[in-house]
Design a protein. Structure first.
Ligand SMILES: [Zn+2]
Length: 247
């Protein structure tokens, strides 16, 4: 049941016939795991918080650096040196006290990931490195948790939604290892992609619209072009090929 305050807070989105009170209650019951609270994680977390997701867990081991501030909008100048999850949680709680925000200051590893994910319905991939994305993809498949991928580089971004056992996974699309390096980025790029990830999460939870499944969306900000590439489940994919396919 929604409270009087919630009915007022979410009034404009409850007005949407696709959402309504029933959709808002689904959002309230949902729990979302956000891996990384930087350039992509900040906008994704902000919009999921204001939309009224019931429970959000933020996991990031990093501390705020001055060079993060051009894009990681949940962290402000006076947060430099502080834990990113603490800095983000503080702002998100002020933005919407109805949402339960959990901060976990840890590095995501193969050893701790299953436990970190326990009790969560969806995963937002807001990481900045491919090895951790692969871990998340595998864990999403193993635990049957929908996985919302986003990535950026410079003026370009990508997004894709993965429904375990049904659609192509991240590993079907990406191969190999990209060396970890300092990469260029302007803040508006992760803002767009993080919001696309949050939009996909909301649609999935409420059960509306078409998802970015079996499709990789490429966003080219310089030419302001959105291009969709069809992707297929790879029958030899080392992450998902051994799993039973349904639907
Ligand atoms: Zn796969």
């Amino acid at each position: 049941m929604l409270t009087v305050d919630e009915l007022e807070r979410y009034d404009r989105q409850i007005m949407l016939r696709e959402i309504g009170e029933a959709g808002q209650e689904k959002l309230k019951r949902a729990s979302v795991f956000i891996a990384g609270i930087g350039g992509l994680g900040s906008p994704a977390a902000i919009y999921l918080t204001v939309a009224g997701i019931g429970r959000i867990r933020l996991v990031d081991h990093d501390r705020v650096d001055r060079s993060n501030l051009n894009r990681q909008v949940l962290h402000w100048d006076n947060d430099i040196g502080r834990s990113k999850v603490k800095s983000a949680t503080e702002k998100l709680k002020r933005l919407n006290p109805e949402v339960e925000i959990e901060a976990i200051e840890q590095t995501i590893t193969e050893a701790n990931l299953a436990e970190l994910l326990t009790g969560f319905d969806l995963i937002v991939d807001a990481m900045d490195n491919l090895p951790t994305r692969y871990l998340l993809n595998k864990a999403a498949l193993d635990n049957n948790i929908p996985f919302f991928h986003g990535a950026i580089y410079g003026f370009e971004g990508r997004a894709m939604t993965i429904i375990p056992h049904k659609t192509a996974c991240l590993r079907c699309v990406y191969r190999g290892v990209i060396p970890e390096e300092k990469f260029p980025v302007i803040g508006v790029t992760p803002a767009v992609i993080g919001c696309i990830q949050a939009t996909e999460v909301i649609k999935y939870i409420v059960g509306i619209g078409e998802l970015l499944t079996n499709k990789l969306l490429n966003y080219d900000a310089l030419n302001m072009e959105f291009t969709e590439f069809n992707v297929k489940k790879d029958p030899h994919c080392e992450h998902c090929s051994h799993m039973k396919t349904t639907g």
